[in-house]
Design a protein around this ligand. Structure first.
Ligand code: NAD
Ligand code: MG
Length: 371
């Protein structure tokens, strides 16, 4: 992996690609896309919130570079990642008469990135796609790593494929139109990268987090590229998820249990669940004597200073029990042979994987928490 000012190169042999990030890089879409495309034709997939803001702009920049541009606009929201919407998307794109050289472009948040990437993996047995992520969460998380997919009745993201993009283009200015709540939810994943392996980055975030949330474009660029590098680094060691990739789930086992209980309807955003889940992971480790309690306090202080949720009391759903939360954890995708792989911490910046967490210890922690 190499980083220049605006560019991070993700090294995955023949599936290698660049992440280009900075203010106003959307203007460079034409010159950046053109050399990568197998034909001059692209189909942009976007959603009903993002399309009115950026679709014409992006199309204009591509047409200026001699590319032709068609589009499909899907309803905004998680419900779009359904089998029926996926079928419709495939049929709509095929009806355009695409060829193997046609590329898809995902313009939107993680929902659009996931369904578009999966469509690209399936159409004509696989065509190229480019990610233009417009939420902080999709910029630092879902657009990196090659996981694409949709939801099933049985659970989220259960149908999908690994399909790497040809390029990820991240315009930090696109975050200016993102609702603050969504921005903060994405920021939880940024904090996660500091916590799991880079204490210096966490300290940098303590210093600069507020300014980057408030709109400083240079700080945003730096934080996003740093986060992408952290994720790409883990993914490069474990592209198809057998080992270290699980470290990216720091805060997610607790977080997913909260999400399951609160539903995915918007009462609790994924990043909000992760924010609380990371604090829970630090508290649990402190209770087990694995980590100093001060580290969890420091994390909490940073998250609270930005207005992010850190405990269950702020949540709309309140009927939790330890048994219920543990039942949800056991249903996590990451369970193997009936044992959950937990991401534990020794300190800020020192996370590790453990399959040795005892149910009784977990129950004691949750009972105390819910008292
Ligand atoms: P999202 O795509 O639903 O976007 C959140 C909201 O912001 C939507 O209403 C959207 O229309 C709006 N929006 C997007 N960009 C905007 C902008 N610039 N200005 C104004 N509004 C904007 O949600 P998300 O949080 O980006 O992504 C969540 C999805 O990502 C989930 O489906 C999750 O499963 C997936 N995900 C995938 C991976 C992966 O590795 N593939 C990783 C993490 C999350
Ligand atoms: Mg996440």
């Amino acid at each position: 992996m190499t980083t220049q000012q605006n560019t991070l190169h993700v090294d995955l042999d023949e599936r290698s690609y660049d992440i280009v990030c900075g203010p106003n890089v959307l203007e460079k879409a034409g010159e950046l896309f053109a050399p990568l495309l197998k034909s001059k034709r692209v189909v942009i997939v976007s959603d009903s919130n993002v399309a009115p803001l950026y679709l014409d702009k992006l199309c204009g920049f591509l047409e200026d570079a001699g590319l032709s541009c068609e589009s499909v606009v899907l309803p905004a929201g998680e419900a779009t990642k359904s089998i029926s919407n996926f079928e419709k998307l495939l049929e709509d794109i095929l009806a355009m008469g695409i060829e193997r050289g046609t590329s898809l472009v995902a313009l939107g948040g993680g929902v659009i990135g996931d369904i578009t990437g999966f469509a690209a993996s399936a159409l004509l047995r696989g065509i190229d796609f480019i990610q233009v992520p417009t939420t902080l969460l999709s910029q630092v998380d879902s657009s990196v790593g090659g996981k694409t997919g949709i939801n099933a009745k049985a659970g989220k993201n259960l149908i999908g494929a690994f399909h790497q993009p040809r390029l990820v283009l991240i315009d930090t200015q696109s975050l200016n139109s993102l609702p603050k709540r969504e921005l903060l939810a994405g920021y939880a994943e940024v904090v996660k990268y500091g916590l799991l392996g880079d204490a210096e980055f966490f300290a940098w975030l303590e210093e600069n987090g507020q300014a980057l949330i408030d709109g400083d474009q240079e700080l945003r660029r730096e934080a996003i590229l740093k986060s992408c590098a952290a994720k790409a680094n883990v993914v490069a060691q474990d592209e198809k998820e057998g080992g270290v990739r699980a470290l990216l789930n720091l805060g997610h086992t607790f977080g997913h249990a909260l999400e399951k209980e609160c539903g995915y309807g918007g009462d609790l955003l994924h990043g909000e669940a992760v924010s609380i889940g990371m604090v829970m992971a630090f508290e649990f480790c402190a209770q087990q004597g694995l980590c100093a309690p001060e580290d969890g306090e420091r994390l909490k202080k940073h998250l609270v200073s930005l207005g992010m949720p850190v405990d269950l009391s702020s949540l709309p759903c309140q009927d939790w029990t330890a048994e219920l939360l543990m039942k949800h954890m056991m249903k996590d995708k990451k369970v193997k042979d009936g044992k959950v792989t937990f991401v534990l911490v020794r300190a800020i910046g020192e996370a590790y994987l453990s399959r040795e967490v005892e149910d009784a210890d977990l129950k004691t922690y949750l009972d105390d928490l819910l008292k």
